[in-house]
Design a protein. Structure first.
Length: 95
């Protein structure tokens, strides 16, 4: 889901701000699908002056990251914590 806003402050240029939310594929083996989903959204966000992208990215481990032009707020606010909301043993329930 994408929302687009055009913001202007007194004596400032108009800025295009895009807000996007996502719920990426969740299974650990779906890493290639998550990468494609993430790339698709990030390509759309490149058109904005500023962007806020939030949601459940379902990254299976710390090797999956968002483009370095964005700040991952979990990592910034909780350094050293993995931020994974469920363990891999959770997924074995489904197999």
């Amino acid at each position: 889901m994408l929302g687009e806003f055009h913001l202007s402050m007194h004596n400032k240029d108009v800025r295009k701000v895009v807000v996007a939310t996502s719920h990426l594929e969740s299974y650990p083996q779906d890493k290639p699908i998550r990468r494609l989903q993430l790339t698709t959204v990030l390509d759309h966000l490149k058109e904005a002056d500023d962007a806020i992208f939030l949601g459940d990215f379902n990254f299976a481990d710390q090797t999956e990251t968002v483009d370095s032009t964005y700040t991952d707020l979990w990592v910034a606010l909780h350094p050293g914590e993995d931020g994974i909301s469920r363990t891999l043993s959770f997924f074995f329930f489904f197999f």
